[in-house]
Design a protein around this ligand. Structure first.
Ligand SMILES: Nc1ncnc2c1ncn2[C@@H]1O[C@H](COP(=O)(O)OP(=O)(O)OP(=O)(O)O)[C@@H](O)[C@H]1O
Ligand SMILES: [Mg+2]
Length: 306
């Protein structure tokens, strides 16, 4: 994991010096991943409107910078590397004036790293790089069934996970949910508002634990009724509490719509994670089934019954 923290910082230095032709070669390699694991040099030359010798020169430059991988077995071929894929995403985000610089990581998760960055107005934003399918296949099993998978599969998985997470954040934002505000998505990278506070996991004492638990349940309820989705990976690892006792629920790539066959099972598991944590850490006893019933009860019916 440490490796890619260093990689992204190295990349932030490399990026401003990349020539448009180098980007063009990287983009060509990206397009070719659906047909080749290592794209043959001759095929790369055929697809690009740059002189053949120059293409070779650019490829070896990119190879030195670690943006492509070279392989010479039956033929000489090139593959875009993770850093190369990061470079394309950051290049596009910078071109679109979404971010102008990248800083230190906020946090390194199991399958992503989230960095501080600045937008064009010098406001701090968060940039999440998803790295699915490289370290764990648990999360990607479901995505495996999708068609059109490229030969560079972690790239596809990460891109799909980012698109999914961004879509959930949009729906939740529209529903008025307490989530990071989604700003942009490019390939496997999401830009969102930066959230402040402390991870619930790291809070040992709360004088209003009951109130925080209630806020979480209300957010799960809002996601259920207004955005019609379930977090799917909710726990003390994915909730921030700030100094005003406001909560933020983040890390949504595993969300599922209510129509998913396992929706109820996932919702119960989310709520069990939370109620168990509050019982162990803050001695607040709440029944999972009753909490589940409170989440799913239709607001209109509730009104009638009140
Ligand atoms: N919008 C944000 N603003 C500030 N920090 C953030 C933001 N989003 C995430 N982080 C930080 O980055 C860490 C990892 O983020 P996130 O949980 O989304 O990634 P993850 O890799 O899926 O995590 P894991 O798999 O370990 O749960 C968080 O614990 C948090 O410290
Ligand atoms: Mg997380």
């Amino acid at each position: 994991m440490q490796v890619h923290v260093i990689d992204v910082h190295r990349l932030a230095k490399i990026l401003p010096e990349l020539q448009p032709e180098e980007i063009q070669v990287l983009q060509t390699l990206e397009e070719m991943t659906h047909r080749f694991k290592y794209a043959p040099v001759q095929e790369i030359k055929n697809r690009i409107a740059i002189d053949g010798e120059e293409v070779l020169f650019l490829l070896s430059k990119l190879n030195k910078k670690g943006l492509v991988q070279r392989k010479k077995e039956r033929y000489l071929g090139y593959l875009i590397s993770q850093v190369g894929y990061d470079a394309l995403a950051l290049y596009d985000l910078a071109q679109k004036d979404v971010i102008i610089s990248l800083g230190q990581p906020y946090g390194v998760g199991k399958e992503s790293t989230v960095y501080r960055a600045l937008d064009v107005d010098n406001q701090e934003v968060a940039v999440k790089f998803l790295r699915w399918g490289r370290t764990s296949f648990r999360r990607v099993r479901r995505l495996r069934t999708l068609k059109g998978e490229s030969l560079h599969s972690w790239m596809d998985f990460s891109q799909r996970a980012a698109t999914r997470e961004f879509a959930a954040l949009k729906m939740l934002e529209n529903a008025g949910g307490k989530v990071p505000r989604p700003i942009a998505v490019n390939r496997h990278v999401i830009v969102m508002s930066s959230i402040s506070g402390v991870l619930l996991l790291n809070i040992s004492e709360l004088n209003n634990a009951q109130d925080i638990l209630e806020q979480i349940i209300q957010q799960v309820r809002l996601a259920y009724h207004k955005a019609e989705l379930i977090h799917g990976d909710l726990s003390e690892y994915n909730i921030f509490v700030d100094e005003n006792n406001e909560i933020t629920l983040f890390d949504w790539p595993q969300w599922q719509p209510l129509t998913h066959p396992n929706a109820l099972w996932l919702l119960r598991r989310d709520l069990r994670n939370i109620t168990t944590f509050f019982r162990r850490r803050f001695r607040i006893i709440s029944d999972v089934e009753k909490t589940l019933a409170r989440v799913i009860i239709n607001p209109n019916e509730k009104k009638r019954n009140d």
